[in-house]
Write a protein that binds this ligand. Structure first.
Ligand code: FAD
Ligand code: NAP
Length: 312
């Protein structure tokens, strides 16, 4: 007979790892599925300064600590890129290619991915100067000129991080005000290696001999076009939810984010969602972990009640 877990958690970012910790500590048989390696976006983050208990911690270090904590109460872990969930009465089947795992409850913790700029040259020079990860690629650009696109926390924080390698970093933002937190802005404005170009959008990423040599930008107020030299272009223009595999469940809003109540329940009994994949206003490690803890506890109540019903 197939094994039916109490709960399967999809995604081992901070939200999924916190849900795993809470569910397994409540004695639920718990399976954590991840298509990459545990840590989620924390693995692409340099320093995290806003996670309680640490004045500053490296993203990968926090990821390791969370993974150890999540697995200490007997949860199972398996590699798997989930491509479908099928509902079957009280049981849910989670598909990973040909493999199927079953559980009474599911927690979706699949996070979000980088939005693309969708400009000429972005695809062609991806990995040849175009990057979405300063932590991964920053060190390749020692003493080079770099461009960062975007005006949110990621663009400003990672742009600042890149100044430790680069000769000069220019942040290109489509408005004249940053969206980033004030503390990140203040730090960036004081950094002598950081410049800003306001009210401008990238029209094209240009290259030579298969490597990036700059960007063509347009000022949205004046219409003026200019070329900026750069060996690397780091794109941080927001994120999109990883919900492709769950579209058919009709639990997302128009943009694809999963809608839940404060108990992290979706409209389908037994399916929960946590972390960045959820429709919410603050996407941070601390809120991801909070969602995960809440869901772990709610899953416990759900599974207990379900088992009582089944045995009646
Ligand atoms: P994620 O961390 O995105 O984890 C989701 C996991 O699900 C991933 O491991 C992914 O591989 C897996 N997955 C996705 N789809 C599937 C599938 N189909 N099958 C199996 N597995 C799947 N927050 C802070 O608090 N402080 C910071 O300093 C900070 N810096 C940041 C810097 C950058 C550059 C970025 C992009 C974000 C930063 N954030 C920061 C935000 C923070 O990283 C996220 O809010 C947090 O990681 C969200 O956690 P999550 O578990 O919901 O999702
Ligand atoms: P974000 O907050 O959505 O910001 C995206 C930025 O890109 C905005 O400035 C936006 O401009 C711009 N943009 C969007 N589409 C664009 C386009 N097509 N062309 C040019 N510019 C475009 O995304 P994020 O900065 O990646 O942050 C994602 C989440 O992670 C947020 O919740 C953030 O708080 C969190 N995070 C936190 C930290 C931290 O706490 N230290 C660090 C990184 C990320 P407008 O401003 O004009 O909309």
């Amino acid at each position: 007979m197939e094994k039916v877990y109490d709960v399967i958690i999809i995604g081992a970012g901070p939200a999924g790892m916190a849900a795993t910790l809470y569910a397994s500590r409540a004695n639920l048989s718990t399976l954590l599925l991840e298509r990459g390696i545990p840590g989620g976006e924390m693995l692409n983050t340099s320093e995290i300064e806003n996670y309680p208990g640490f004045s500053s911690v490296l993203g990968p270090e926090l990821a390791n600590k969370m993974y150890e904590g999540a697995m200490q109460f007997g949860a199972e872990y398996a590699y798997g890129d989930v491509n479908d969930i099928q509902l079957d009465g009280h049981i849910k089947h989670v598909h990973v290619g040909e493999k199927v795992y079953s559980a009474f409850a599911i927690v979706i913790a699949t996070g979000a991915h980088h939005r693309k700029l969708n400009v000429l040259g972005e695809e062609q020079y991806n990995g040849r100067g175009v990057s979405y990860c300063a932590v991964c690629d920053g060190a390749f650009f020692k003493n080079e000129k770099l461009v960062v696109v975007g005006g949110g926390d990621s663009a400003v924080e990672e742009g600042t991080y890149l100044t430790q390698f680069a000769k000069e970093v220019t942040i290109i933002h489509r408005r004249d005000q940053l969206r980033a937190q004030k503390i990140l802005q203040d730090r960036a404005f004081k950094n002598e290696k950081l410049n800003f170009i306001w009210d401008s959008v990238v029209k094209e990423i240009i290259g030579e001999d298969n490597v990036v040599k700059g960007v063509t930008i347009k000022n949205v107020k004046t219409g003026q076009i200019q070329q900026i030299d750069a060996r690397g272009v780091f794109i941080y223009v927001g994120t999109l939810p990883n919900t492709q595999a769950f579209k058919h469940l009709n639990i997302t809003d128009e943009e694809g984010w999963i809608v839940t109540n404060e108990k992290m329940q979706t409209t389908i009994p037994g399916i929960f969602a946590v972390g960045d994949v959820r429709a919410k206003t603050l996407r941070q490690v601390v809120t991801a972990v909070g969602d995960g803890g809440q869901a772990g506890q709610e899953v416990y109540h759900y599974v207990e009640q379900l088992k009582e019903q089944i045995h009646e």
